[in-house]
Design a protein around this ligand. Structure first.
Ligand code: ZN
Length: 288
């Protein structure tokens, strides 16, 4: 057994892992920082395309590959699209926590942070009867207080940090407690490839799905050849469009076809990592 604090062994004969995530942000990703945009019908329609059109297309694509994914669902999206969230659950995919109104945690005090968590938990329970074990911070903006709070609320894993190619036990700062961290990266997020909304997302672009597929396939191949865990994050309002779904489908096909790659949901990966008894990593906040 290796001394690495990162997960280096995978179930059965697999030597690497891959997981496909969808963040069901819809309107919440806009309204959290621009509430006045609620009256902009066209902007709202750009966001609602995700749950209404994107999710059914993506679910059909996942079904063709026999792949289960993880959907990070803000409570507000669950309340606004309960039937869509129930459709995701009915098809056997994992639902995880993604705030209530996609609130960034960088500026939140502890009381606010707890209220976002509680409101999100209530919404997922009300709509789908789900108690999620996973959490992803909106905009991937975690703070140093968050891991202990997540552990207190019973979360098994978080997926918001970028300091590894494979999952690890993240120390919460309280005794021997830890949560599993499943690292992500901006280059494996469709937002940077496709998110163009004038006057809201200033640096938005519309890249070719061919270029995006190439980037993601290169990273899938390289990460899994090194024994790591490839985690892709897509948004139904972006990747739910036809040619982009097809590009993602090709990446999923490559993962499924690779005999050494375990394609699993985030909670399956977290449970596996927990079973390994890895040494905890302590992340220290830089002080000025
Ligand atoms: Zn999000």
């Amino acid at each position: 057994m290796s001394n690495s604090p990162f997960c280096t062994s995978w179930p059965a004969s697999y030597t690497a892992a891959a997981s496909f995530c969808f963040d069901l942000d819809a309107e919440s990703a806009v309204l959290a920082f621009a509430p006045e945009a609620s009256s902009r019908m066209s902007v709202m329609s750009h966001q609602s395309y995700g749950p209404l059109i994107g999710v059914p297309r993506l679910l059909a694509m996942l079904g063709r590959h026999g792949v289960k994914a993880t959907f990070f669902v803000p409570g507000y999206s669950a309340h606004r699209y309960p039937d869509i969230v129930r459709m995701i659950v009915d098809q056997g995919h994992e639902i995880a926590h993604h705030g209530y109104l996609h609130e960034p945690l960088g500026e939140a005090d502890e009381k606010m942070e707890r209220s976002y968590l509680e409101r999100g938990l209530e919404a997922l329970d009300e709509v789908a009867g789900v108690r999620p074990v996973g959490y992803r911070a909106p905009m991937w903006e975690l703070n140093y207080r968050s891991p202990a709070i997540l552990a207190e609320y019973g979360f098994l894993y978080d997926s918001s940090l970028m300091d590894g190619d494979s999952p690890y036990e993240l120390a919460t700062g309280r005794d021997a407690e830890s949560i599993i961290e499943i690292p992500i990266h901006w280059s494996l997020d469709d937002w940077e490839q496709y998110c163009y909304v004038p006057s809201l997302f200033e640096y938005g672009v519309i890249e070719s799905p061919t270029k995006t597929r190439e980037m993601w396939n290169l990273e899938l191949e390289a990460t899994t050849n090194e024994g790591g865990c490839f985690v892709l994050t897509a948004h139904p309002f972006l990747t739910g469009r036809p040619s982009r779904t097809n590009a993602l489908s090709d990446v999923i096909e490559a993962a499924v076809a690779a005999p050494h790659v375990w394609v699993a949901t985030m909670s399956e990966i977290a449970n596996h990592v927990r079973s390994l008894g890895l040494e905890r990593r302590i992340l220290v906040e830089p002080r000025l």
